[in-house]
Design a protein around this ligand. Sequence first.
Ligand code: C5P
Length: 295
Amino acid sequence: MRFRRQGPSLVVDAPAKLNLFLEVCGKRPDGYHELETVMVSIGLFDTLRFTPLPDGRFPLRVLSGGVETACVPAGDDNLVVLAARLLATATGCRQGAQIELVKRIPAASGLGGGSSDAAATLVALNRLWQTGLAPRELHLLAAQLGSDLNFFLGSPLLAVCRGRGEYVEPRPLLRRLHFVIVRPPSGLSTAEVFREWRPHTVRRSAADLLDGAAQGDCTTISRQLFNALTAPAERLNPDVARTLRALERVGGSGQMTGSGSACFSMAISRRQARVVGARLRQLRAGRVWVVESCS
Ligand code: C5P
């Protein structure tokens, strides 16, 4: 998360994430699923501009930064507005804010755009309104809004997340990682993908991948990439399997992020990532981004 002041406004770049590892450890009595997931922040950002208003309103303008925004709610049901209202209620603050959101992270893709935007809203308005909530208090609000917000709140480069995803443990990543991301034409609903998940007998651990990250060992990281939501996502949306096949065809092993539908592969250098990205664009497998790990 990156902040800059512009006159009375605060502007925030809110990053996307990739799940390098995602194991579902079981379904919980509250309907959520217990997870062990490793997430990395990447250099693909939405941009939010917050301008304070004296009257407790939260008018939101959603602008496209190159992605489809038709399915992004522009009203009170956008997670950004819910986050702003939750912070106002929790602190007794009567101010509002005009919010402009430029979307570059595609929705329904497993890239965490909506969660990152909402986490940025909590941090930005806490600063702008000078409501003085401590990180621990912001984390409690974040967990009420969704399972991925807590990861973005502290802007770690890499972290292992447990529980519903809200218990975040930052971990070292000793090398810059290079990725090619493909978002097929259609998206997926997180709730539906989790509903389609079926328990499996062998449970995988993120330990080897975390060791690889701590040593900057890209070979280990790419060998340990895993996502237990891939099979349910493929059953719900044939675009996922098609995208993974396209990534394999151009040389990398493909991996889905989060609950999909976006998939990615790792490259050993920026140059190689650009070459793979260009080939994928030729295949017309979907929208392609070449990105790096970046907090
Ligand atoms: O927490 P979030 O709102 O992002 O999750 C969206 C939906 O995904 C939840 O309503 C739930 O159905 C499902 N989910 C889950 N287990 C998780 C995270 C999300 O079942 N750990």
